[in-house]
Structure formats: C-alpha cells, structure tokens
Design a protein around this ligand. Structure first.
Ligand code: FAD
Length: 443
C-alpha cells in the first residue's frame, strides 16, 4: 500500500511510525508544510523562559532520521494544496521552489491540526502580533523581543497557551499584561477554583485584566471594550484555535457542525480511503455522548495509532474522551478532567449533580513540602456517577486527577473512591488520600 499523510507532527508522525510497525513494505510519505516534523508543540512556551534551550531541542525527529530509522519519507516545507479523490492523488506545493507536483495514494490520512484564531480587529496591523503554533513561531517571537529590546508585551487570551506564554515571558523578565474577555482564565476550572491562579499570576507581577474583551488596536496600544488603554510594544494572540479543515472541505469531504472534518467511528471521512485525526476532528465525549472539540495531544496520538491499526485490518473504534489536562502556573499546578459547573451550565446539560469541595494537605502535615491542595469533584445525583474533578496546589495535582479520570473511564461512582487503595508514605501523600476523602465527603 502507499499511504500519504498530511501533517507531520503529533498525529501525523505517530500514525507514520505505527504504520511502519505494521508493515515493512508499505510506502509511507508524510507532508509537512512547515520546516519541522515531530516537534513538541506542548513545550513551545518553555523556550521563551529558556527552560527549553536551544530551540533545536523542541524538534524531536527530522526527515533524515525518519528515513534512516523507519524508512518513512518526510517532506518538509511541502504543502498539500488539493485532493483529487477520483484519481486518488494529492497536489503538493513546494515552498522552496514554488513548484507543484502530484503524489498518488491508496490511503490518505489527514492530521493538519488547528490554527490560531486571529480576529481582524481594527488597527491590528499597527502592532507586531504573534501566535504560537510551531517552532518557527516561537523562534520568531523570541527573536522579535530580543532584537527590538521589547519590554512590555500583551498576551490576549487566558486559555492554556495564553497562560503558559504569559508565565514563561514573565519568568524571562518582561512586563506582561494578560487580557481575558471572560471573568476568569482557564475554563477547565470553575470560577471559585481559578481564583488561586488569578492570585498567583498577580503575585508574580502579571497584570491581569479580566472581563473586558479587546475592542481594537492603535499604535502601541491595545484598547479594551471597557475603554481601558494598555500601552504595549507587541501582542501575542492566544484566543483559541480553529480546525485546519479547508483542504478537506475543498475536496468535498463532510464537515461537522463545529467546522471540524467529520469522521466515523473508524476515523474515516465520507471517503473510505481518507481518514482524519487530531485537532482537525471532533472527539466523542465520554460523559455527554456528544461530539466535542478537544485539542489535546493524547487524543490525537491515540487516534493516530487507531487509524494505522484500522488501515492494517485491526478494527479499532474511536475511544471517548473527557478532556483530562494539566497546567503549571509559576509554583502552582492545576489539573482537571471531565465536566465542570461552567460547562454544565453553558451547554445546558440538565444534569442533576452535587459536589464536594475542600482544601486538604497533599502530604502529611509535618513534611516540609506539605501544601494545601484545593479539590473539587462533581457527581451525578442519585447515581453517584463522577462527572468531573479539578485540583489546584503546589504538589501532585495530576496524580489525583489521573486517579479520578481512570475511575471515570471504568464507570466507578464517587462512593467507590473511599475504597481505592492508593500508595502512601509521608513524602508522597497521606494514609487517606485526597481522592479517598472525596468519597467520604460525598457519602
Ligand atoms: P499538529 O501537531 O498541530 O500538526 C499538524 C501539522 O500539520 C502542522 O505542523 C501543520 O503545519 C501541518 N499541516 C497543516 N495543513 C497542511 C497541509 N495542507 N500540508 C502539509 N502540512 C500541513 N496538548 C496537550 O495535551 N497538552 C499540552 O500541554 C499542550 N500544550 C500545547 C501548547 C501549545 C503552545 C500548542 C500550540 C499546543 C498544545 N497542545 C497541548 C495541543 C497539542 O499540541 C495538539 O492537540 C496536537 O499537536 C494535535 O495534533 P495534530 O497532529 O492534530 O496537529
């Protein structure tokens, strides 16, 4: 078989590697329009604070290694610009030469990702504006700061990427203003939980402006809907991403209501020979049973593996996800999974639920690094089905949320949490862990 892949990063590169494990004979060609394949998108912000240095470390594989180690042909700076479904060919534009050529396929996998949304607000062209999606973006951003000796930067958008960029730029010593149109940052956390992060950011000198979206820009100034003016030398736009589905749409493939590429349970589009994975598709939501946008690396890589298996005759159905994620904000960590009150209300899910909400020490109190951990868990009434959980603290929040996510995946109820036998010694936790307490309090 000849398998062509569009996109050479999280989904694309994982699919290519798994395909090769299935068959040594298949021809595998991966197209990446940018200059790098297989880089760590998630570590990009950490280059701004020099935590990951030099930028080359962000790139995990290159076309030479792909060819030598896996016999996978990775073509960088080559963009698939059209799909001829009738003749099973893609049209490829070579950025280096300006030429186009065609490449045939037996199976085509689309993993083009999602691109940052940049609203065309008045005056945007009067201020240097950056987005963060790939290694080239982060190098460009840092070079601009260093070459122009920039001091004041405004980050627009309080989602994961905006917060990580703001944190890392602040760590590097710049004056940072973070603008978020909603009353809170980080929507995977409920409003009362996220106050911890609001305080941490402010304590570290990030100017946090909530509840007023950007109206427009004037030279070296961001103007909010409230009229407030923020003098700034440059802007990082991080207000969200949109599925990169234009190529698929132009090829006549079906789109989902969210604008993602529509796929069936085998990740097939309406064309049996074309699959799509990653940020460009919707996932099945474990709790709502609906399709949902979830731009996370885990689901992308798992879909990549499943597609490679499906193409090789091992039938794997699309799994369901609930959005387990984690973030570090200076010395604090946050993790969450499933639904929260924001989502239940916004999506009018009509669930009857109760919650446990407490602050407990994450380790035995006399240990020097014992710290309070803020914990919130929602469960359905009267079934006890766990709907979601959030944890914020200086210690291991992800461990607690991972346990809850695992329990949810296997349909445990909140009452089952009491009996979970979890590891304990003073440097790690308490004999009755926070997860156990959630069960006790709910009972
Ligand atoms: P990508 O990995 O984005 O790869 C798509 C590639 O396709 C792109 O490089 C693009 O250039 C290329 N492409 C698009 N169209 C074409 C075309 N026509 N021809 C050729 N090439 C094309 N997720 C987490 O779970 N945890 C995190 O901590 C986390 N942090 C993140 C931090 C940042 C700054 C960013 C940007 C993302 C982060 N993510 C994180 C999200 C995660 O990186 C994505 O969910 C994941 O990369 C999606 O994989 P993908 O293959 O769909 O898209």
């Amino acid at each position: 078989k000849k398998i062509v892949i569009v996109g050479g990063v999280a989904g694309g590169a994982s699919a290519a590697a798994r395909l090769r494990r299935h068959s040594e004979k298949d021809q595998i060609i991966m197209f990446e329009k940018g200059p790098h394949v297989s880089f760590s998108n998630c570590a990009l912000p950490y280059h701004l604070s020099r935590t990951v240095e030099p930028a080359g470390k962000l790139v995990l594989m290159n076309p030479e290694k792909f060819l030598k180690q896996y016999n996978i042909i990775a073509r960088v700076n080559e963009e698939v610009v059209a799909i001829d479904r009738t003749n099973k060919k893609v049209k490829v534009y070579q950025h280096s030469t300006g030429k186009t050529y065609e490449e045939s396929y037996d199976k085509l996998i689309l993993s083009p990702g999602a691109k940052p949304i940049v609203p065309q607000l008045e005056g945007l062209d009067t201020i240097p504006t950056f987005t963060v999606r790939n290694v080239a973006d982060i190098i460009k951003l840092r070079s601009h700061i260093e070459q122009n000796k920039v001091k004041t930067i405004t980050v627009i958008g309080g989602g994961y990427i905006g917060i990580e960029v703001a944190e890392n730029l602040r760590e590097a010593g710049y004056d940072i203003t973070l603008v978020e149109g909603e009353k809170q940052i980080l929507r995977p956390f409920d409003e009362e939980m996220v106050q911890v992060f609001h305080k941490v950011l402010t304590d570290h000198g990030v100017q946090l402006l909530l509840g007023s979206p950007v109206s427009h820009f004037e030279a070296r100034t961001v103007i909010l809907a409230s009229g407030e003016k923020i003098p700034t030398e440059m802007v990082v736009m991080a207000i969200g991403v949109r599925p990169e589905s234009k190529l698929a749409q132009e090829a006549g493939l079906e789109m989902s209501p969210t604008g993602a590429i529509a796929v069936n349970e085998s990740y097939q589009t309406i064309d049996d020979d074309i699959y799509a994975i990653g940020d460009a598709i919707d996932v099945n939501h474990l709790l709502t049973g609906e399709k949902a946008r979830l731009t996370l690396a885990g689901p992308a890589q798992k879909a990549a593996r499943a597609v490679a298996d499906n193409i090789n005759g091992i039938e794997i159905k699309a799994s369901a996800y609930m959005g387990s994620s984690a973030i570090k904000v200076f010395e604090y960590n946050g993790a969450s999974t499933g639904l929260n009150e924001n989502i239940i209300k916004a999506q009018k899910l009509g669930l009857y639920y109760d919650k446990v909400h407490f602050i407990l020490n994450d380790k035995v109190g006399i240990m020097p690094d014992s710290n309070p951990l803020h914990f919130k868990l929602l469960f359905e009434v009267p079934t006890g089905r766990i709907l979601g959980a959030q944890a914020i603290g200086k210690g291991d929040v992800d461990k607690r949320i991972d346990v809850i996510a695992t329990a949810m995946k296997f349909n445990a109820t909140v009452y089952d949490l009491k009996d979970l036998e979890l590891c304990y010694a003073p440097p790690f936790g308490t004999a009755k862990d926070i997860v156990n307490y959630a069960g006790y309090i709910a009972s």
